[in-house]
Design a protein around this ligand. Structure first.
Ligand code: ADP
Length: 186
């Protein structure tokens, strides 16, 4: 199973990706987590992306592409993967398309988790991660609408997009996603 989870910051992508990964026995690949690890280990990539993350900006596509390709080439991805936080721009989506073609690992579906903006801001404010300040929250949401939301159209056009209402408790949302996947005609 090769899935992409799309959705604004705060829709619960990370939580759902982790649950689905356990259920489906495939790795959960969170590019935000990969970046936080790089920062923690003070690697050259970590040093380059710190400022972007603190400001709520996207890290450069070139860095993200390098990180993701390295991760997808690891052997545990042969069985599938759940991508959380990638792609976030059209250029990342185009790159991913070429990469999965080249690795002969086509994507199965793109699940877009939908939650109303007011609910999202409330959730992010409570989460209290170091990059969740009111200014960066607003900025990350703006960037999401500008850069990432157009990906829904990109995936809709190739028939891969599935929308799931994310305004329910975590277990219920996981159930909705699993039912949505089960309904896909592979
Ligand atoms: P959230 O879901 O709240 O946005 P993430 O953990 O997915 O949190 O991402 C945290 C930060 O990491 C983002 O605000 C961004 O700076 C950076 N980041 C993660 N994934 C990408 C990506 N694919 N492209 C660019 N920047 C990214």
């Amino acid at each position: 199973m090769r899935l992409i989870l799309l959705g604004a910051p705060g829709v619960g992508k990370g939580t759902q990706a982790a649950k689905l990964a356990r259920r489906l026995q495939v790795p959960h690949i969170s590019t935000g987590e990969l970046l936080r690890e790089e920062i923690q280990n003070s690697t050259p990539i970590g040093l380059q992306v710190t400022e972007y993350m603190n400001a709520g900006e996207l890290a450069p596509d070139s860095i993200m592409i390098e990180l993701l390709e390295k991760r997808l080439r690891e052997p545990d991805c042969l069985n599938g993967f759940i991508l959380d936080g990638f792609p976030r721009t059209l250029s990342q989506a185009n790159y991913l398309k070429t990469l999965v073609e080249c690795l002969k690992t086509p994507l199965d579906a793109v699940i877009s988790i939908e939650v109303a903006s007011e609910v999202i801001v409330d959730r992010l404010t409570r989460r209290g991660r170091y990059d969740d300040t009111p200014t960066t929250i607003k900025h990350r949401l703006d960037i999401y609408h500008r850069e990432t939301e157009p990906l829904k159209e990109f995936y809709r056009q190739i028939g891969m997009l599935r929308g799931v209402d994310g305004d329910a408790d975590q277990e219920e949302v996981t159930g909705r996603i699993l039912r949505c996947i089960a309904a896909i005609d592979f």
